[in-house]
Write a protein that binds this ligand. Structure first.
Ligand code: BES
Ligand code: MN
Ligand code: MN
Length: 486
């Protein structure tokens, strides 16, 4: 469920309102009384509060101050977080409707506040049967009153939020519902809504393509694997060669025969967060009709123990024709991604970006605050992606891809093995993926930020939808830059 922001032209006396301002001098006596103004000034000047609020008889008034922060990325994210705080208070007080009023014409700040608000109002209630009314957030309507906000900007925001919430829904689904086939059918459905061409390969087709990585991981499972190809190829595209997104779709990761121990398995329904992001990002791009040719490739299966499951020591043959020695069945993501990365070659892509909850190593290295990113032959576009990552605050930390790391994944009996030593696990995983590429390539390890076990401001609890706003922003910026020259 997501909240759609609507534009309005006037406020009524009973509306709860958030006023967005940078300074107390903009808080006007037009809409507030003298004692209210004094209260606000005191809270702001004396107690250094950026959010001041009070309750009138039938409504709430919030004054949201824009931080005096030069770093735009930090300034905007503070507003997203405030949006979350405002929504928490509105829901606690059973408020149904809020108007956000931009006093000074600050469009970027306004968008950030709204984004934080609607992303925070997300809930996953599909499996709640009891007390559903009490569980459901009261806030249903977020309206905006602004003279500077342009309609396309508001549409982009609504589209991005909708896709992010869709992504969260898919990630939050347990495998008891979301098998590989269900995941693929979700993509079929959203493709239909957005005018995306979508084809789902079944097990037979995957066998005929000799996608040995996907088939190997699937061997312990009773559910068949899928491989989904989504394509947005608009007539007015500004790129000659497509962007390809690849998403890791392990709908559940038990670890396979190298079974996960302790509580390491607990959140492993989220191991398809990369797939969900790749599928819903292209959905947003198509819905917004961005003039860019984009393809999403999504290999999917669960990783289970079973009578015929792969075991350490097995050698498998991949779609590329190369052989892989499987040392650890819990390093399964790279096996299914390798087949998709090989498949991507046939599109002659200008850039391939994969998103994957790939390694605990990435999570341990930088925690949940950002994505670990690496690039091969994509230096310039990686800089652009990092810029986008700070704008949407899904920040990328770059790791090196030095040649020496490849030594770690040399096998004695096959072309390559599926794990390296105990150090630099996120990098050796990326090196494994690089082996199957021949084009400009960016790998994003989202193991840290994909899923939060406790609620954190506008990222919420459970699936965060990380990657969707990032890819949307990146492709949008690309379209804007290239529109005039083509
Ligand atoms: N899906 C996991 C990685 C993961 C860990 C995602 C934590 C989200 C949160 C991946 O398939 C995995 O099991 N990786 C192993 C690789 C190891 C066997 C080389 C890991 O990181 O421990
Ligand atoms: Mn694993
Ligand atoms: Mn996994």
């Amino acid at each position: 469920m997501n909240t759609v922001i609507k534009r309005i032209n006037s406020v009524t006396g009973i509306d709860s309102v958030v006023y967005l301002v940078s300074d107390t001098k903009y808080v006007s006596a037009n809409f507030l009384s003298g004692s209210e103004l004094k209260h606000i000034e005191k809270q702001k000047e004396k107690f250094k509060r950026d959010l001041v609020f009070f309750n009138k008889i039938n409504k709430w008034i919030f004054i949201q101050f824009i931080k005096d922060e030069k770093d735009e990325s930090k300034r905007l994210d503070a507003l997203r977080k405030s949006g979350s705080e405002i929504v928490r208070r509105l829901n606690n007080n059973k408020i149904k409707k809020i108007v956000v009023r931009d006093v000074e014409g600050k469009s970027a700040e306004l968008l950030a506040l709204l984004e934080g608000m609607v992303l925070s109002n997300y809930q996953f209630l599909k499996y709640k049967k009891k007390d559903i009314d009490q569980e459901t957030n009261s806030l249903q309507q977020v309206n905006v009153l602004s003279s500077v906000l342009e309609d396309p900007e508001l549409d982009y925001l609504n589209t991005m939020v909708e896709a992010t919430c869709k992504c969260r829904d898919i990630v939050n689904e347990p495998v008891s519902y979301l098998t590989a086939e269900k995941l693929a059918s979700e993509f079929k459905t959203i493709s239909g809504e957005a005018g995306i061409k979508c084809e789902v390969f079944n097990k037979k087709k995957i066998e005929s393509l000799k996608m040995g990585g996907i088939l190997a991981v699937n061997r312990g499972s009773i559910d068949p694997p899928t491989f989904t190809v989504m394509e947005w190829n608009p007539e007015n595209k500004v790129n000659k060669k497509p962007f390809v997104f690849v998403g890791k779709g392990v709908v559940y990761d038990t670890g396979g025969m190298n079974l996960k121990i302790h509580d390491y398995m607990n959140d492993m329904k989220c191991d398809m967060a990369g797939a969900a992001a790749a599928g819903t990002a292209i959905y947003a791009i198509a819905k917004a009709k961005l003039p860019v040719h984009v393809i999403s490739l999504i290999p999917a299966t669960d990783n289970r123990v079973g009578g015929n499951a792969i075991v350490p020591g097995d050698v498998i043959e991949m779609a590329s024709g190369n052989t892989v020695e499987v040392i650890n069945t819990d390093a399964e993501g790279r096996l299914i991604l390798a087949d998709a990365l090989d498949y991507a070659k046939k599109f002659d892509p200008q850039l391939v970006i994969d998103l994957a909850t790939l390694t605990g190593s990435a999570q341990r290295a930088i925690g949940q605050s950002g994505l670990v990113g690496m690039q091969v032959k994509a230096e310039r576009m990686f800089r652009e992606l990092i810029k986008s990552s700070f704008q949407v605050y899904e920040r990328i930390a770059e790791f090196p891809m030095w040649d020496e790391y490849s030594e770690e994944i040399k096998s004695n009996i096959a072309d390559i093995k599926n794990i390296g030593g105990s150090n630099a696990g996120a990098i050796t995983a990326a090196k494994f993926l690089e082996f199957f590429t021949d084009y400009p390539f960016i790998h994003l390890d989202i193991a840290g930020p994909a899923f939060l076990s406790k609620k954190e401001t506008y990222r919420g609890e459970g699936g965060t939808g990380v990657g969707v706003r990032l890819l949307f922003n990146f492709i949008r910026k690309y379209a804007e830059k290239n529109n005039s020259t083509n």
